[in-house]
Design a protein around this ligand. Structure first.
Ligand code: CA2
Length: 147
């Protein structure tokens, strides 16, 4: 099963700035780890990042049209984008919203998400390991014992 792991603005800077908040893992290391983790769970993991809001919306439409499960860290657009919320509402597969930091311990503007109302579940504050937990949940939910 194909899973899209979609990441929003500035997450390509992971491991290069603000390690006290986002850790030391680079985006490329994270992507490689998630592809390998997915392979162990029989998931075909496609990790993407964009700084262009329209591109993320196009990827969400792709997931909606194919019924792919999505792991989504929309970064700052989480808190600002009705358009991304509307695209998430069209998804038919599982949607796991992930945030590396615990947004609820941070500034009030990070406490609201336009995505959560459409998500199957939300993982916050577990660092980059949150993405692996999201993939494990998707594998557990979508695979039968026979697989
Ligand atoms: O905690 C998260 O995963 C966030 O989605 C990250 C966003 C932030 O706006 C959200 O409130 C919470 C910011 C992503 C920026 O990532 C950087 C990574 C390294 C260095 C600088 C920025």
């Amino acid at each position: 099963m194909k899973v899209l792991v979609l990441n929003g603005p500035n997450l390509n800077r992971l491991g290069k700035r603000e390690p006290e908040i986002y850790g030391r893992t680079t985006f490329d290391d994270l992507a490689a780890t998630l592809v390998a983790h997915g392979r162990k769970r029989s998931l075909d993991v496609d990790v993407r990042q964009t700084n262009n809001e329209g591109e993320l919306i196009d990827w969400l439409h792709e997931a909606a049209d194919h019924g792919h499960p999505v792991v989504l860290n929309a970064a700052a657009w989480t808190h600002t984008s009705v358009a991304i919320g509307d695209a998430c509402a069209q998804l038919t597969g599982l949607l796991i919203e992930v945030h590396i930091s615990n947004v609820h311990r941070r500034e009030p503007f990070r406490h609201h998400s336009y995505i959560s109302a459409h998500a199957t579940g939300v993982i916050v504050g577990l660092g980059v390991r949150g993405y692996e937990h999201a993939l494990d949940f998707i594998a557990d939910e979508t695979q039968t014992d026979a697989e």
